[in-house]
Ligand binder design. Structure first.
Ligand code: FAD
Length: 373
């Protein structure tokens, strides 16, 4: 058994943990990332790659502001990560649609966006487009679409290349990523944290950031956190590559920079089962053909299910442990969208510097007083 030491250890090497590591390294810390086993659940490998503002925080102003900051930080963050890693992220922030086939859902979402706009003022804008008007500008859209919203602020990125680029960026900044390093226990002693790995190796650190996605479900309690994350399954289809570019981006149909279409957006409570299901795949295909009838003859080449990492109210959690000072919990859905925050100003919050962002609204104490817990 050996013991290795670092200034700050990040538990979890998904998009969230790696982004946090980038931020801490930029702030001058020595950082080790301990990442789990190959078979772990990894939302970062199964997501949709959206960098998305529409609807985010429509019912929670702090989340609307947080997402808006992150979305506007993306061009600079992408340039930094591309520079450090040499990997192209294919960030495209030229706007995106939400398409609706149900009038009541359309009206509810428009009401949400109006609320979001009240929170964000001139930092957010969107258009509401009726189905027939949409078909005048986009004749390829099917008659089953009753309306759409569009925001010029939305976009997407290549999510798998983002993950690879973040790993390379951590290494380029002098960080240490340890793979197959499943953490089984974390203890606080007088000299810092003592971290036990399944392999028998022990690791010590002055401070610990728990960013292990669904792995936080077991480790959070050991560090005195109250948040209990839960899985939510999303399913995704990938089609064969198209020779021409799709004329739009939407939250449920997007064209990857390699040419295939990614179709998704489902939500299901299925516990820890991340398999794809025939009925949801059929519904996704039906949705895509309703929005874009020309897709009728496209071949689907891949499908998968992946589990979102959800807090009790769906909003991010940034918490300092009161029982284990020096331990931090960072967990969220939309870890792609929020990456510029995690790779930037969050380090100041962890260091508690005078210029740290105000993140009290994301503390886990909100679950103590809210029925959402
Ligand atoms: C279908 C789907 C679509 C999505 N679409 C989008 C989108 O368009 N835009 C967006 O912003 N977000 C999207 N998301 C959400 C986004 O993917 C997640 O917010 C993000 O990937 C979470 O990253 P994470 O690092 O917290 O978790 P994960 O990616 O799950 O990574 C957790 C890591 O922790 C490690 N780990 C776990 N337990 C331990 C342990 N005990 N010891 C050591 N390591 C451990 C694992 O090995 C893993 O590498 C989507 C998610 C899904 C499922």
């Amino acid at each position: 058994m050996s013991t290795r030491t670092s200034d700050i250890t990040v538990i979890g090497g998904g998009v969230v943990g790696l982004s946090v590591a980038v931020g801490l390294l930029r702030a001058g810390h020595g950082v080790t990332v301990l990442d789990g086993a190959d078979g772990d659940l990894r939302a970062s490998q199964g997501n949709f790659g959206l960098v998305w503002l529409q609807g985010k925080g429509a019912r929670y102003a702090p989340y609307a502001h947080l997402t808006s900051d992150a979305v506007s930080g993306w061009p600079e963050f992408a340039a930094l990560i591309e520079d450090l890693s040499g990997v192209k992220l294919s960030l495209d922030q030229s706007g995106g649609f939400e398409f609706f086939t149900d009038e009541a859902e359309f009206q509810d979402f428009v009401a949400d966006l109006k609320q979001q706009q009240q929170f964000l003022g001139n930092r957010f804008s969107f258009e509401t487009i009726q189905g027939d008007d949409l078909r005048r500008s986009h004749p390829e859209i099917g008659s089953g679409v009753v309306g759409a919203t569009f925001s010029a602020l939305d976009g997407h990125v290549n999510p798998l290349r983002l993950l690879k680029a973040l790993k390379d960026a951590v290494t380029a900044l002098g960080g240490n990523i340890v793979t197959d390093a499943h953490v089984t226990d974390v203890l606080k002693g007088p000299a810092g944290f003592n971290i036990a790995l399944r392999s028998g190796v022990r690791h010590s650190a002055d401070r610990v950031v728990l960013a292990a996605g669904l792995g936080a479900a077991t480790l959070a309690e050991k560090l005195g956190f109250e948040t209990r994350v839960r899985p939510q399954r999303g399913e995704v289809l990938i089609t064969e590559k198209l020779s021409e570019r799709l004329p739009f981006l939407s939250s449920t149909i997007r064209q990857t920079d390699e040419g295939g279409l990614q179709i998704g957006g489902t939500k299901a409570d299925a516990g820890y089962d991340d398999s794809e299901t025939l009925d949801v795949m059929a519904r996704l295909a039906q949705h895509a053909v309703t929005v874009l009838p020309a897709l009728r003859d496209m071949r689907v080449v891949r499908a998968w299910g992946a589990l979102r990492v959800m807090s009790p109210d769906g909003h991010p959690v940034y918490a300092r442990s009161t029982t284990h000072p020096g331990a931090y919990l960072v967990t969220c859905h939309s870890g792609v969208t929020l990456a510029p925050l995690h790779g930037g100003a969050l380090a100041q919050w962890i260091d508690n510097t005078a210029d740290a962002p105000t993140l009290e609204a994301f503390d886990e104490d909100r679950f103590t007083f809210s029925p959402a817990a």
